[in-house]
Design a binder for this molecule. Sequence first.
Ligand SMILES: N[C@@H](CCC(=O)N[C@@H](CS)C(=O)NCC(=O)O)C(=O)O
Ligand SMILES: *[C@@H]1O[C@H](CO)[C@@H](O)[C@H](O)[C@H]1NC(C)=O
Length: 226
Amino acid sequence: MRSLLLVTAILTLPFSNALSSGLTLYGSQGSRSPLVNWYMNELGVDYEMLPPRPNPHPFGQVPVLTDGDDVIFESGAILLHIANKFDKAFKPSHTPWVVWANTCLDPICFKENERGQVIGTSLGKPNRKIDVLEEMLGQSDFLVSNEFSVADCAVASYLNYVPLFNPDASLSSIPNTVKYMSRMASRPAFVEAFGEGHAGLVQVKCEEFLNSSGGPAGEKKIFGIF
Ligand SMILES: N[C@@H](CCC(=O)N[C@@H](CS)C(=O)NCC(=O)O)C(=O)O
Ligand SMILES: *[C@@H]1O[C@H](CO)[C@@H](O)[C@H](O)[C@H]1NC(C)=O
C-alpha cells in the first residue's frame, strides 16, 4: 500500500506541476484582463485562463487572478503580484507607474457615464500629465530605465484601448506617445494577449495620427515663417 502511494505521488507530482503554476486568470479579450495576459506572456509565466463568470472577484468584475488560495483583484494589484513573484527585473520605480495607470491615466483615457460605459476620451486634449509623458517618450523607448517593464504593460495597455473605444479620437498632438503605443502593439506578447484585431487597429490608427500630425515636414510648414 505504501509503495503504491509512493508510486502515485511520484507519477502525479511532476505532471501536475508541469500542467499548472497554480495561477488562474478570469477574463476575456475585450475586457481589461488581456493586460495581465500580456505581462505573463512577456515573462513566460504559465497560467490557466477561465471565462469571466462565475468568478471569485468580490464585485464580480474582471480581471481577477487566483494564486492557490489567494484572490487578487484590480488589474494593477494583479500586475504587481506577478511582478513580485516572477519578474527578476522588477524594481520599486516600476510600481508608481502601475498605480498611476489605474488612478490617473484611466480617467484621462476613458470618460464614463454613471453606468460605467465609455462615452469619450480626454487623451489628445491639452493635459499637463500627458505633456510630461509625451516629453519622456520623446527621450526614451520605455517608461523606466530605457527597458521594457511592467510599467509599460500598465500604461501602454490603457493608451492602446483609446483608439478601440473612441474611433473618433485624435492623438495627432502627441506623436511620441503614438509611436510608443505602436511599438508596444507590435510586441508578439501584446498581439497574443489582445488579439490581432486589437493590435492591428492600434497600428492603423497610430499611422493615421502620425500622418495627420505632419512629422518634421509639417512642423517646418507651421514654423517656417519664423
Ligand atoms: N479598476 C478595476 C476595473 C475593473 C473593471 O471595470 N472591469 C470591467 C471590465 S473591463 C468589468 O468587470 N465590468 C463588469 C462589471 O463591473 O460587472 C481594474 O483595473 O481591475
Ligand atoms: C499614411 O501616409 C502614407 C504616406 O502618405 C500612406 O501610404 C498611408 O496609407 C497612410 N496611412 C494611413 C493609415 O492613413
